[in-house]
Design a protein around this ligand. Structure first.
Ligand SMILES: [Zn+2]
Length: 290
């Protein structure tokens, strides 16, 4: 086996759709907006889910806010039902405009898909992968869950990864975390969260293994560091899957780690190149044959 090909090179993800700006940047500093973690109790957002407030308000509150609370123009305020109706109307406008600008797109997509990117990201409403990449329908195959956690035994993400790698033959697998992640904030706290507790377990394990480092940092930096560590953990899980190992060996599949800054819209690419020793160990432990 060609061990050298298992090395995951720095991404060429910046390969872009025509006319769109480069989204991958190593230079952009990350500043995690902390508004979701600093809202005072008694605010409308804090009242909507006080149980989550101190550690993960972004997890449950973001989508409950309506334009009514932010509208100071004196115009007619929009209810959540209005927003749904508006969305359906906007869809018709978007479909018509897209068909006008790209006449072949929808007829081509009706016959199948050939995405080159598999995106494994967080469910957060602020991280719509196709939009933030400046791409179009058909460009990105997607699995998103709370805090972009890659559970080794998760059937859902496992099926998505296998289908994308083995059948769609994507060229790039992206594990993307983001700043101000409510799931990460929850894992940094110690409140009981019901069904979220087993879901967040891998995040807490990463927290445990890196406790000294995280405790040495200011809270906001510690949260962003845990986002990064979680991405690296997720990449390890992805690269331990036989179908991914084979695709790396046989056709140079690349696995990337990104962090999306919700406060600026900019992606930062992590340096995730594996050492030769790590590559050999992974291959020894996880490569399988039929
Ligand atoms: Zn998140």
């Amino acid at each position: 086996m060609n061990v050298a090909r298992l090395a995951v090179r720095p991404s060429v993800l910046a390969r872009r759709a025509e006319g769109t700006p480069n989204v991958a940047s190593r230079q952009q500093p990350l500043k995690s907006p902390s508004r979701f973690l600093q809202l005072p109790h008694g605010s409308p957002v804090a009242d909507c889910c006080p149980r989550f407030f101190s550690t993960s308000s972004a997890l449950c509150c973001e989508n409950r806010r309506t334009p009514a609370s932010a509208d100071t123009s004196g115009t007619k305020t929009e209810t959540s039902q209005d927003r749904y109706s508006t969305a359906l109307r906007l869809n018709k406008e978007w479909a018509a405009q897209t068909a006008k600008e790209h006449p072949d797109l929808f007829p081509t997509l009706a016959n199948g898909q050939q995405p080159q990117i598999l995106w494994l990201g967080c469910s957060d409403s602020r991280c719509p992968e196709t939009s933030l990449l400046g791409l179009k329908p058909g460009d990105v195959f997607v699995h998103r869950n709370i805090a972009n956690i890659m559970h080794p035994g998760d059937l859902s993400s496992g099926a998505v990864i296998e289908f994308a790698v083995q059948h769609l033959r994507v060229q790039h697998v992206v594990v993307c975390g983001h700043t101000s992640c409510g799931g990460v904030a929850a894992a940094m706290g110690n409140k009981q969260l019901g069904i979220l507790d087993p879901w967040l377990l891998p995040l807490r394990q990463v927290r445990q293994r890196n406790l000294s480092l995280l405790q040495s940092l200011p809270p906001e930096e510690a949260a962003t560091k845990l986002v990064e560590l979680n991405v690296r953990e997720g990449m390890d899980v992805v690269k331990q899957k036989g179908v991914v190992l084979n695709a790396i060996l046989e056709r140079g599949l690349q696995v990337h780690g990104l962090i999306y800054d919700v406060g600026s819209g900019v992606l930062r690419e992590l340096d995730t190149e594996d050492s030769e020793e790590a590559i050999k160990a992974r291959l020894t432990a996880f490569a399988t044959e039929a």
